[in-house]
Design a protein around this ligand. Structure first.
Ligand SMILES: [Zn+2]
Length: 97
């Protein structure tokens, strides 16, 4: 079943998403190819604490600010066009959850 953020394409590169149904659960979903290019604020590969389901945020993909959701040892990224101060502000803005 599709979620509340239907999207057929990545919010960064515009390529068709592999799993549009999964992506539709998240605002401005970023494809894994773009997510894998992300860097942290220092311009380095983002740190990911897979035990704590936590890691660097925000991250940048081709200079676009994104928020990562770290979960179950993996992560997805969402593009932020609104300069949200943190991930929760981003979720509130998009009425996530
Ligand atoms: Zn992409």
């Amino acid at each position: 079943m599709a979620g509340k953020y239907p999207s057929e394409r990545c919010a960064i590169c515009g390529e068709p998403l592999e799993s549009p149904e999964f992506a539709s659960n998240y605002p401005n979903f970023v494809c894994q190819a773009c997510n894998s290019r992300a860097v942290n604020q220092a311009g380095e590969p983002p740190q990911h604490d897979s035990w704590g389901d936590d890691g660097d945020n925000p991250v940048y993909v081709d200079a676009h600010r994104c928020w990562r959701r770290y979960r179950y040892g993996g992560h997805i990224a969402m593009r932020d066009d609104d300069d949200c101060p943190d991930l929760f502000a981003f979720y509130r803005l998009h009425h996530w959850g």
